[in-house]
Design a binder for this molecule. Structure first.
Ligand SMILES: [Zn+2]
Length: 63
């Protein structure tokens, strides 16, 4: 059986302007400044990652 896929999947492209901290998963308000960094995804492409606080960025980048 093939199900209708019109339901949103993970919500990543539904226009919601809330991002998540890649370190702790907290929601980030995109209309406020927050720390960012670059990382490589599974394909080796550079991607921009976002953090809720500088402390989270520091903790993440130490790994
Ligand atoms: Zn965080």
């Amino acid at each position: 059986m093939i199900r209708d896929r019109s339901e949103r999947t993970d919500g990543s492209t539904d226009g919601n302007d809330v991002e998540r901290c890649v370190n702790c998963g907290d929601r980030i308000e995109t209309d406020e400044w927050h720390p960012v960094d670059t990382a490589r995804d599974a394909d080796g492409e550079f991607v921009l990652v976002q953090f809720c606080t500088e402390a989270c960025r520091d903790a993440w980048s130490k790994e």
